[in-house]
Design a binder for this molecule. Structure first.
Ligand SMILES: Nc1ncnc2c1ncn2[C@@H]1O[C@H](COP(=O)(O)OP(=O)(O)OP(=O)(O)O)[C@@H](O)[C@H]1O
Ligand SMILES: [Mg+2]
Length: 512
């Protein structure tokens, strides 16, 4: 049963069809941010507690309070406690009509009358209002209510999601919860493939988990290998945009000849062979040198091999399964970007040809791969991430971007993410940027982002009909990270340092 909360009062500017205030019952369990309902002649008026104020007549006049308190506390003279009251302000969200087993929202044209009782919002009404789905992804609970936040998968992901917060606020935790839900979906409800660009090796725990491990594959950065046959003029020019068009033509010509040879003579080639051929080609020295510089760099990257392909996206992106691209063993940022650009491009192509299932591509630290400042031409991962953000929806390629620096994240990407999960953020620049890029978020909500606790967030956009505060649930899967806590590393370091001192002493003694 819904608990009673208070009674609608008459103030200078309410009740109206937009807002009303109610005085709290004694022991009223109401909280700021809670959804409440009252009635008018039209039916249920549904709203949201935007603020609570306490008042007490005894404390209204500063000079009397000061005078009394000089002697002894006012409480010793008067029954002040019984004169305290609290008023909740409510923003009216709509009128809810129940038809069959569901509530439907419509416009309010009459305010509730003063004197009407206000009660907690009905759970079913809340679910219908927010747009939760019975078979949705269980990300946590609605704050202030015992209502599970089950979000429709299509609405959450199809038009892309951005998970934004400062470091340590719970972004990766929320992603892990989302991944569990995606992997636990039954076939009948539609399962998608999952590819994670894991920068810190935070998702490798899924591989060790008895419940998920069988459906998880981890590929580490150093093992990533692109077969020579996938090297194309397009790939080359996106990786090396500085090579002149004459250089690119020459590259295409040499490559074409090699591919013919590869086919006819069943011979495998490598980047070294390509370099040799270009060295022998009769083009102008300047063009040749710049092309060769690019090819030397390509060779140094150690990404292209004769025939080894890892990961094999066509075989390894599967419904309800997860492919973790663990880049934590690579230091070279450029190499990471090139890997992301290659994999994302290939996912896009495979998906366009329907050779892999509909897929969710999640990119951690997305501001590094799609930075606002860099030009897309010089940043191949940025151009493909923006492309997926713009066009992925049509092909069933959903994008998730995670970032602790939203200001640095490409605005094209951010604005194409129709759902935002916002966890704690305190940096004013980031907050401003979020305010500008998250549609449907108002100033009041924006302010409360700074006071969110770890694991609390605001979900806003396509996935929900109204922005909601959500408490992300605990993980079910195994948490395992590559990085160890600072204090453990420190203890380790010192014990090693001591050991080597001891060793040195021993050596010295032996010598003497
Ligand atoms: N909803 C939650 N319930 C319980 N623990 C949580 C929750 N959210 C986050 N945590 C814990 O808080 C810590 C930080 O979370 P997490 O690693 O997800 O932060 P992050 O935003 O990804 O940080 P970074 O930007 O450094 O990657 C972790 O130890 C995590 O387990
Ligand atoms: Mg993280």
């Amino acid at each position: 049963m819904q608990r009673p909360l208070g009674t609608v009062i008459s103030t200078d500017d309410s009740p109206t069809t937009l807002q009303y205030a109610f005085v709290l019952d004694e022991q009223s369990p109401v909280k700021k941010g809670q959804f409440v309902q009252t009635t008018s002649e039209e039916g249920i008026v549904f709203g949201y507690v935007s603020e609570i104020t306490r008042a007490n007549r005894y404390f209204e006049r500063a000079e009397s309070v000061a005078e009394y308190e000089r002697e002894t506390p006012i409480a010793t003279h008067f029954p002040i406690k019984s004169w305290e009251y609290a008023i909740a302000e409510v923003r009216v969200l709509g009128r809810m009509e129940k038809r069959e087993e569901h509530y439907f929202q419509s416009r309010v044209s009459l305010p509730p009358s003063p004197g009407t009782k206000v009660i907690e919002a009905d759970d079913l009404l809340l679910k219908d209002f927010v747009g939760f789905k019975e078979n949705g992804l269980l990300l946590g609970k609605l704050q202030n209510h015992d209502v599970e936040a089950k979000i429709d998968m299509t609405k959450l992901l199809q038009k892309h999601i951005a998970i934004l917060a400062m470091s340590g606020a719970g972004k990766s935790h929320s992603v892990a919860v989302l991944l569990e839900e995606l992997m636990n979906r039954p076939k009948e409800q539609g399962r998608i493939g999952i590819v994670i660009i894991d920068i810190h090796g935070e998702y490798i725990g899924f591989k060790q988990d008895p419940n998920y491990g069988r459906r998880v594959r981890v590929v580490t950065g150093k093992d990533i290998s692109i077969p020579f046959r996938r090297l194309t003029p397009q790939l080359f020019s996106s990786w090396f945009p500085d090579v002149s068009s004459i250089g690119r033509n020459e590259f295409s010509k040499v490559l074409r000849e090699m591919k013919v040879q590869e086919k006819n003579e069943r011979q495998l080639f490598s980047v070294t062979d390509l370099i040799k051929k270009v060295e022998q080609s009769p083009i102008l020295k300047g063009t040749k040198d710049s092309l060769l510089r690019a090819l030397y760099e390509l060779n140094l990257l150690r990404l292209i091999s004769q025939s080894k392909e890892n990961p094999k996206l066509r075989q390894q992106v599967l419904p309800g399964e997860m492919l973790v691209i663990d880049l934590s063993d690579l230091d070279d940022m450029r190499k990471k970007k090139l890997i992301v650009s290659y994999l994302a491009n290939r996912l896009f192509k495979l998906r366009a040809k329907n050779e892999i299932p509909p897929t969710f591509l999640l990119v951690e630290e997305a501001h590094n791969f799609a930075p606002e400042k860099a030009k897309a031409v010089y940043n191949p991962s940025k151009s493909i991430i923006e492309k997926i953000a713009r066009e992925g929806r049509k092909f069933g390629l959903a994008l998730g971007v995670v970032s602790q620096r939203p200001v640095n994240l490409s605005t094209t990407t951010l604005s194409q993410c129709n759902t935002h999960l916002l966890l704690r953020v305190t940096n004013p620049n980031d907050l401003k940027h979020i305010g500008e890029s998250s549609e449907g978020i108002d100033q009041r909500m924006l302010r409360s982002i700074t006071s969110l606790k770890v694991g609390e967030g605001i979900l806003v956009g396509e996935a929900v009909r109204y922005p909601i505060f959500i408490e992300i649930r605990d993980r079910k899967s195994r948490k395992m990270e590559k990085g160890r806590p600072l204090h453990e590393q420190a203890v380790d370091y010192e014990s090693n340092a001591n050991k080597s001192e001891e060793e040195q002493e021993e050596e010295l003694e032996a010598f003497l």
